[in-house]
Design a binder for this molecule. Structure first.
Ligand code: ATP
Length: 304
């Protein structure tokens, strides 16, 4: 029986380590990108329609394109293009809870979710390998949104190796007003580095150990983001946000991916709640979210 509607839930991510190499000839940068999926989710529902249609509701929905430039639409088009006789006549409805343009891979998440949902709706039977291949074509962070958990991304972030995680880590996210453009942050990173030699990006062994043992104190000591200086350079107010989170008792804080969301690692769930309350009162961010990771990757949650 073919489905009439499929809903997929997909998590946000934080980069616990983002090591950025020098610019490659193709304009991308080689990365050692340690992703952790966290429990902030978008939901993507697909239903058959006369043509391709996108609707978006939820947090900051007005900032998300509702046309073919939406990454979820591009995912549906990419899957249909690989199957003779499959036309992308589908209504994609996105319920956003992941901050938009916040460095938490919200668009990538929606692309992975739409791909999984359309595959189930159309019965295209794409295997894991083909799904990951399409994800990598859509964007560097899309494969991780599909698999979730924790993973090391090499290349431009799309070549994934799953990482073991020994327990739940508790996070507080300080969401900023407005977004930051990921390409602009990479350009600023290159500009700040100037002619300085850039080492090959490598994952830090201490960080991988901390994930494996589930030790938040050790993980806090190893958090690192090579894009942080560039994000703060473009958005100097982030320095005050980072200070407010650590002053409030977070073990450590860092800019999430290309920002401007700041991520704070807390000792436990109770500490995360008190860090969140202090950050809310600090006036250094627009909104505060509390959650934990690792979270499961894109998952079909409803099908009718
Ligand atoms: P990353 O962490 O992967 O760099 P991000 O979290 O900083 O990404 P996104 O939320 O993915 O940023 O949004 C970046 C831009 O992509 C938005 O400004 C928006 O114009 C566009 N976009 C396209 N499709 C989507 C989508 N489904 N959801 C959110 N933004 C989208």
């Amino acid at each position: 029986m073919t489905s009439r509607s499929v809903t997929v839930r997909v998590p946000a991510k934080v980069n616990v380590q983002l090591a950025v190499g020098g610019p490659r000839p193709d304009g991308f940068h080689d990365l050692a990108n340690v992703f952790l999926a966290v429990g902030l989710y978008d939901e993507v529902t697909v239903t058959p329609a006369d043509g391709l249609r996108i609707t978006v509701e939820g947090r900051d929905a007005d900032q998300v394109p509702a046309d073919a430039s939406n990454l979820a639409a591009r995912a549906a088009l990419a899957l249909a293009a690989r199957r003779e006789g499959v036309t992308p006549d589908v209504h994609i409805h996105i319920v956003k809870d992941i901050p938009v343009a916040g460095g938490m891979a919200g668009g990538s998440a929606d692309a992975a979710a739409a791909l999984l949902a359309c595959d189930a709706l159309w019965g295209t039977g794409a295997g894991r390998e083909e799904m990951l291949e399409i994800c990598a074509e859509l964007g560097s962070d899309v494969p991780f949104s599909l698999v979730g958990g924790a993973a090391l991304g090499r290349g431009r972030g799309e070549l994934l190796t799953a990482l073991p995680v020994g327990g739940a880590f508790h996070w507080v996210f300080a969401v900023a007003d407005g977004g930051l453009s990921t390409p602009a942050v990479y350009r600023e990173c290159d500009r700040l580095r100037g002619d300085a030699a850039v080492p090959e990006p490598e994952p830090a062994p201490a960080l991988l150990d901390a994930l494996r043992t589930g030790d938040p104190v050790a993980l806090a000591a190893s958090l690192a983001n090579d894009l942080q200086a560039a994000a703060v350079s473009l958005r100097p107010s982030l320095a005050a946000t980072l200070a407010a989170g650590t002053d409030a008792g977070a073990l450590a804080g860092l800019v999430s991916g290309s920002g401007p969301t700041c991520a704070f690692l807390a000792k436990d769930a109770e500490s995360a709640r008190s860090v969140a309350a202090a950050l809310s009162a600090s006036g250094t961010c627009r909104a505060v979210r509390v959650t934990s990771g690792p979270a499961e990757g894109a998952t079909v949650v409803r099908q009718s």
